[in-house]
Design a protein around this ligand. Structure first.
Ligand code: FE2
Length: 430
């Protein structure tokens, strides 16, 4: 006797008419018309069941702080960083934990069960680091939180608030000692191009020394000459970090000379560096100094994919100094990526779904991710027939399961109609 059977499911790869059986928290069987019975059986009616969403790029220390102490008037990255600098000294651990936990509630409701969050280490108190490590412990039964030590003010540029205080590199290493798992950076925010390159080398060497992954905010700029991704890829090769490094944002690639990019993408592929685009945020933040035509400012996702570079789409921000909206909905992220990168072919639209599921799972190094026999029973039932329809509808998450335990359930989304001669309701499915 199984614990649960989902009858008549469709998988993201198109296989359909399958039953999925769960026993002791794992997927025990997956095949057509199972003869077995279970304590609970659900008829999925041919709708999509997928592994949980994965967000490869988020800032959980700033989430839900929108309006504190004021809103970002210019809408730029730089005012956002300045605003966060104003807010930082007033943060309390309790408030930070409360906001992060609230966001995790939203994430679970959205079927988002794996989040890589950057955490700012440019603070002598390391308050956000302590808070997010506590959040990581508390949410562990239902959400996996992977933390990146992120020197928001620049690992070389940061000046301690009191003379003689710890420098950012020391604070960053302390955060790693406390349990933060990934090395971050922000080379384009350092004072000079040279400092930016030096910061990349320093941080990659630290990651190599400690056997850690790297995820750098890299070239989040409209400056076509912001080329720190080249240094990141070269350092990855030099230090043998292939497959463990991601460049986040990479928006300057949008503005770069195409001849240069034709050399850069093969280097990224050779070095096994992954790209993480953040379409909701970068379509909003970039191009703010442009008149018209106004650049979109998202990295070259289709070209990177065609060049063999893994591309994930991240949420980045929700209700914070950089972004006034957001709800932890990775289908919204995929939909925005699809639009901004003009990825409207059938395969391209499916790649947008992969960019919020399988690809970020690889980037985070999640083991056993996916729907296969023997895997932990982590899954989401979406009210849609396939990944493209899921993106189109930002489909309702009917059921969210982790280790076979139901974390969230939502009723079918349907609207009653009162139209003469027409059906009594619609669910917007094709
Ligand atoms: Fe970010």
């Amino acid at each position: 006797m199984l614990d649960l059977i989902l009858r008549d499911i469709t998988l993201p790869d198109g296989r359909t008419g399958l039953d999925l059986g769960v026993l002791d928290g794992h997927i025990a069987v997956l095949g057509p018309k199972l003869a077995a019975s279970a304590h609970r059986e659900l008829d999925v009616g041919g709708e999509l069941v997928c592994p949980p969403f994965v967000d490869a790029h988020f800032h959980m220390d700033s989430t839900l702080s929108y309006g504190l102490p004021r809103v970002n008037q210019s809408g730029t990255l730089l005012e956002g960083i300045a605003l966060w600098g104003e807010l930082k000294p007033t943060l309390t651990q309790d408030a930070l934990i409360e906001r992060a936990l609230r966001y995790c509630d939203w994430a679970v409701a959205q079927g988002l069960l794996f989040v890589r969050s950057h955490v700012d280490v440019c603070d002598p108190r390391l308050l956000a680091v302590e808070a997010l490590l506590e959040v990581k412990r508390r949410v562990a039964p239902y959400l996996t939180l992977q933390l990146v030590a992120f020197p928001q003010d620049g690992v070389l540029r940061y000046r301690p608030p009191t003379p003689g205080g710890d420098d950012a590199f020391t604070l960053l290493k302390r955060a790693l000692d406390m349990g933060v798992e990934v090395v971050g950076g922000i080379p384009h925010f350092e004072r000079t191009m040279e400092d930016g390159a030096r910061s990349v080398r320093l941080l990659c060497e630290l990651a190599a020394e400690r056997g850690l992954r790297v995820d750098m905010h890299c070239d989040e700029s409209d400056d076509p000459l912001s080329r720190h991704i080249e240094t990141l890829a070269a350092e990855t090769l030099r230090l043998g970090l292939q497959g463990r490094v991601a460049g986040s944002h990479l928006t300057s690639m949008h503005s770069m000379d195409s001849y240069y990019v034709s050399k850069l993408i093969p280097l990224m592929r050779e070095s096994g560096v992954a790209a993480i685009a953040n379409p909701l945020i970068n379509i909003t933040l970039q191009g703010r100094h442009d008149g018209y035509p106004k650049r979109r400012g998202m990295t070259r996702a289709p070209e990177l994919l065609a060049g063999g570079v893994p591309v994930a789409f991240g949420q980045d921000c929700t209700l914070d100094p950089w972004y006034p909206l957001g709800s932890g909905d990775m289908l919204e992220v995929a939909g925005m990526g699809l639009h901004v990168a003009q990825m409207t072919g059938q395969d391209a639209m499916r790649a947008c779904f992969t960019a919020v599921t399988e690809t970020p799972a690889q980037i985070l190094g999640l083991e056993g991710y996916g729907l296969h026999v023997g895997a932990r029973a982590d899954l989401v039932w979406l009210q849609a027939r396939d990944p493209v329809e899921a993106i189109r509808l930002r489909a309702a998450r009917r059921l969210v399961l982790r280790g076979g335990v139901v974390l969230a359930e939502a009723p079918r989304r349907e609207t009653r109609l009162h139209l003469p001669g027409r059906p009594a309701s619609t669910d917007l499915l094709r």
